[in-house]
Design a binder for this molecule. Sequence first.
Ligand SMILES: [Zn+2]
Length: 283
Amino acid sequence: MTDSAPYQDFQTALRDARCIVLLAGPGLRSVATDTTYRSRGETWQRLDAEELANPNVFTKDPSLVWQYYHYLRESALKAQPNAAHRVIAKLSSNVDALNRIAPNAKLHFITQNTDSLSARVLPPDAPSDAQPIEIHGNIFRVKCTQCGMTEKNTDNPICPALAGSEKFFNGVQEPVSFIHESDLPRCNQCSGLLRPDVVWFKEEVHYLDSTANLVSDCDLLIVVGTGLLVSPCSMFSEVVRRHGGKIAVFNDQETYADRLAQFRFQGPCQVTLAKALQMEEDV
Ligand SMILES: [Zn+2]
């Protein structure tokens, strides 16, 4: 098999596809100028970042968790989308671009990422269905812990008390300064404490029913930058294979989905994705 054979076979699968689901995870942004990507075991303020994404920790210490999310928001605002973000945005928003490589297909873009980079790179006139389906929420949305109100919030900082707290991260020796709950982000309808509208430990992902329906119709699943270790994404590849769909994996490392995938493209996805989709000149 030559080096180009997997690409040609994948391009044939694209031409035959009718329902493509592109599922992206943290590896999509790992090569962007973005410090929000954190591999397992990295720490923030010498705490496990994953431990902070937990409703119980938020209840006990909303000051600490809000400082962490303020830091993530600051980092995401400074980050620049990369070539892989641009390829996906073009395919999602431009029917002609999609038709060139997959003339019979509709594309659905599901992301585990909460950083808004995929939405930010869409053109201003993009149709509403080009917006990524953000199953883990979005750090630029908030949810009231009291009345349940949710809304977009891109204020920077989100409240005066959090200004500057982003500098206390990873390895900095200074202790986290305590911010009183009344000075943290509050609901403008009921004054309740706001939280980031993201999916935390043991919480249900957003759009579960609609994504399950998409995956059950999907005949080509394209996995980009995720190891599919977290449910329900870990089930997606199983479901697609069970009904005879094909799977392509773009990742730096081996993933859970590899053993089910017909097409595996290892390496930086900002290079491999554009090449496999024949869109190197588009980005
Ligand atoms: Zn409220």
